[in-house]
Design a protein around this ligand. Structure first.
Ligand code: 13P
Ligand code: SF4
Length: 342
């Protein structure tokens, strides 16, 4: 018998989503002799499902995906798809965005526990209370947040579109940026604004070691350092290029072949290596002894859970309609304001 978690709450003042009662995924043994690649491909076709995956998913899931991208690309793809179902291999806020844009479609997520440390740092009730101190501010919210937090915002943004969106506000308009203080501080430096920042961090990007990065640079003096803007300033100050996952990928693909030190979740190396096998790719290292920089939330999705997700069409992302509608507005504003962003 299989079991699946209960749907999550979308109460605007409830704590962050990504907290799930029960398993959060179908609990059922998978026959180890099954060719999961073929089975998942068959189920996708049979059910007219599109598989959208983020770069931080394990390589096998990336290889099965119909589309791989950064948060903005994935949201655009979700908005445009004519598939009947979306199976989202990423984290909860990404699948939730797909559902907000596609209320009539079933949006599947292999493990509902795949949350995000940034979304978790910003519970909607605390955020709403905090906003009361800034009545004149416009609220720009990173998509790495719950639907309930998005619903309290003027516009959402992604790492690829944030600066472009900020620059469309008049210079004298006070702004709030939430929930990533590292990304917010980077954007303040880039745009010359003085946005008030919520105190959240990504547990993966926060931990890259400046000392180890300097050692890697000394060992590979020709290497270009590519970093995600969720990294701390101490990491970003050594970067030659700062961008979203798709922008990092494009930079290495379209530039001269060479060596690249990559300061983001190491899942992205899979596509970067496929794009340009001649490039040498070196993952930046975290402070801790281990050399891996994997997002523990993203990695909750596995091939087995993906197979069971498609087979049982569960678990799926659900939310209350009033929250969906409130969160839709700032997401649609983001789509309009970032139409020129690649
Ligand atoms: P991107 O939009 O750059 O893919 O970032 C998503 C994310 O969660 C980074 O940690
Ligand atoms: Fe969230 Fe960080 Fe994981 Fe991205 S890498 S999903 S920001 S915890």
């Amino acid at each position: 018998m299989s079991t699946v978690a209960a749907p999550q709450t979308s109460d605007p003042l409830a704590p962050g989503t990504g907290r799930v009662e029960g398993a959060g995924f179908v609990e059922e043994p998978v026959d180890p002799t099954l060719d999961l690649f073929n089975e998942i491909t068959r189920l996708k076709e049979e059910k007219n499902a599109v598989l959208l995956a983020h770069y931080y998913q394990e390589s096998a899931i990336q290889d099965l995906a119909d589309y791989i991208g950064d948060s903005l690309g994935l949201a655009r793809e979700a908005a445009d798809t004519d598939a009947d179902k979306i199976v989202f291999c990423g984290v909860h806020f990404m699948a939730e965005t797909a559902k907000i844009l596609n209320p009539e479609k079933q949006v599947l997520l292999p493990d509902l526990n795949a949350g995000c440390s940034l979304a978790d740092t910003c519970p909607a009730d605390e955020f709403a209370e905090w906003l009361e101190d800034y009545p004149d501010h416009k609220v720009i919210t990173y998509v790495n947040s719950t639907a309930a937090v998005k619903a309290l915002s003027d516009v959402t943004c992604t790492s690829s579109s944030a600066a472009h969106i900020i620059e469309q506000f008049p210079e004298d308009q006070p702004l709030i940026f939430a929930p990533d203080k590292n990304l917010g501080a980077y954007l303040n430096r880039e745009t010359g604004r003085d946005m008030v920042l919520w105190d959240g961090v990504c547990i993966v990007h926060e931990t890259f070691s400046e000392k180890k990065l300097m050692r890697l640079k000394a060992k590979h003096p020709q290497a270009e350092v590519l970093a995600h803007p969720e990294c701390r300033e101490a990491t970003l100050r050594h970067a030659d290029f700062i961008g979203s996952t798709s922008q990092i990928r494009r930079r290495a693909k379209e530039g001269e072949p060479g060596t690249f030190i990559v300061a983001t979740e190491e899942g992205i190396l899979h596509q970067m290596q496929k794009d340009a096998p001649e490039n040498e790719l070196i993952p930046a290292e975290p402070e801790s002894g281990c050399n891996c920089s994997q997002c523990p939330h993203m990695r909750l999705n596995t091939l087995e859970k993906l197979y069971l997700n498609l087979e049982h069409e569960a678990p799926e992302v659900t939310m209350e309609e009033d929250i969906r509608q409130q969160a839709l507005e700032p997401i649609e504003r983001m789509m309009e304001m970032s139409a020129a962003v690649k």
